[in-house]
Design a protein around this ligand. Structure first.
Ligand SMILES: NC(=O)c1ccc[n+]([C@@H]2O[C@H](COP(=O)([O-])OP(=O)(O)OC[C@H]3O[C@@H](n4cnc5c(N)ncnc54)[C@H](O)[C@@H]3O)[C@@H](O)[C@H]2O)c1
Ligand SMILES: [Fe+2]
Length: 385
């Protein structure tokens, strides 16, 4: 039996409608707090769905300061502005209410406003010092799993993404409420759902920290997401499918927080950073090509996952891997997302820059089941064009 350690968020509430009692939940867990910062973005604020959790916090005697200046793939300047806001308003409870971008900003606000550590000291693994403010995460996309991960991703400089990985980034409470995801447009539902599937697939083949609990969660995540994604895209009001998607994304987040993601994410980040392609779509565009590249080193594990994603597949693990890749390609086509880099405006002339940037993602590339050179990265982008 493999030795391993596994960490996650202590309190997870998976309940449709739970965000309407967010105030009571927070008051019960943190009787000492008075001043909450609700961190979201303009897109989610525009849905009007902030009102109910905001009201419930006020009912529980907690003042609410809404901060809605988060943008997708948040740049460092947005994080720093949010930290200033927290200090100005003497915030003592941080709530991320949104997709991965809002939840990642919430993590960093809780850490930086709590400890006073400068942001440039915390990039990398295990560099956060001191305590953070109480932190509650409420996802409104079923994708990143950020509500249960110890990771925050920041766009540093013009286009590069850097990660902060530290135990303090685990929230105190994660609340999964499908009512908040009903208005998520079909293409965002699709791309964020495929991001979660990529988390599960990459956790399952993670080179150094693959472990039995992450494996179990990854498999269950793929079961839930593969059987609910198309329904959630076609019938966005289907609460059962939406709740299953949130739970699947949460499982995948728990899986990869302990068995980290690899080359799919490493090659996706430059696509997001340079071309502002949403994170889930960036992953989906390179996924089949990275799986094909990895197949020689991971076919046994991919063959196991084919049992979930391509159950009719038979024969060798190589044949099952091919069926798994075909199933993911078919899923992307069914939900209607872009399937080539050209469709998102990338040309052959851009591939050198993408390959250079991907090689900077050493934290992620080190987790890949097969070592990947710059020439390999270029060839994968070329195949994805
Ligand atoms: N911390 C982690 O573990 C982790 C993991 C994967 C990705 N990420 C990061 O998360 C970010 C991506 O997060 P994301 O994919 O959730 O997207 P996002 O948070 O950037 O949001 C995408 C869009 O969806 C809109 N939106 C969100 N919820 C909505 C709803 N319920 N109804 C209508 N519109 C809604 C937002 O306004 C935004 O325009 C990236 O920065 C990525 O690097 C973090
Ligand atoms: Fe991701």
């Amino acid at each position: 039996m493999t030795n391993f350690t596994f960490s996650t968020v202590a309190h997870i509430i998976s309940e449709t409608g739970a965000s309407a009692r967010l105030g009571a939940l927070c008051a019960a867990h943190f009787p000492q707090v008075h001043n909450a910062m609700l961190i979201t973005d303009a897109g989610f604020l525009g849905t009007g769905l902030v009102a109910q959790p905001q009201h419930s916090l006020r009912e529980a005697g907690i003042a609410v300061h809404v901060y809605s200046d988060v943008v997708a793939d948040p740049p460092e300047a947005v994080v720093l502005a949010a930290v200033d806001f927290a200090r100005t308003h003497a915030i003592d409870l941080v709530i991320g209410l949104g997709g991965g971008s809002s939840m990642d900003v919430a993590k960093l606000v809780a850490v930086l406003a709590g400890s006073g550590q400068p942001i440039n000291e915390i990039y990398g693994i295990g560099n956060v010092n001191g305590a953070r403010l109480p932190l509650v995460q409420v996802p409104t996309t079923a994708g990143t799993g950020s509500e249960v991960t110890n990771i925050a991703i920041v766009t540093t400089g013009a286009t590069t993404k850097s990660g902060v990985v530290s135990a303090q980034l685990y929230a105190d409470i994660a609340v999964l409420d499908a009512a908040l995801t009903l208005g998520l447009p079909p293409l965002v539902t699709a791309a964020t759902g495929i991001d979660a599937m990529v988390h599960a697939i990459e956790a399952y083949t993670s080179q150094h920290k693959k472990n039995p609990m992450s494996d179990m969660l990854a498999r269950q995540a793929l079961t839930l997401i593969s059987s609910n994604l198309v329904t959630a895209c076609r019938d966005g009001a289907n609460l059962a499918a939406r709740q299953a998607m949130l739970l699947g994304a949460c499982y995948a987040g728990q899986a990869f927080s302990n068995a980290p993601v690899a080359a799919v994410h490493a090659l996706a980040y430059p696509i997001g950073g340079v071309f502002h392609v949403p994170h889930g779509l960036s992953n989906a565009l390179v996924l089949p090509h990275v799986l094909r590249f990895n197949a020689s080193h991971a076919a046994d594990h991919y063959g196991e996952l084919a049992g979930i994603l391509a159950p009719a597949a038979t024969g060798s693990n190589e044949a099952k891997t091919a069926a798994l890749i075909a199933a993911m390609e078919e899923l992307a086509a069914t939900v209607g997302i872009a399937t080539t880099l050209r469709q998102v405006g990338i040309t052959e002339a851009d591939l050198d820059r993408l390959a250079d940037d991907a090689m900077l993602q050493t934290r992620l590339l080190g987790n890949n089941p097969r070592a990947l050179t710059r020439a390999d990265a270029y060839a994968i982008y070329r195949a994805a064009l």
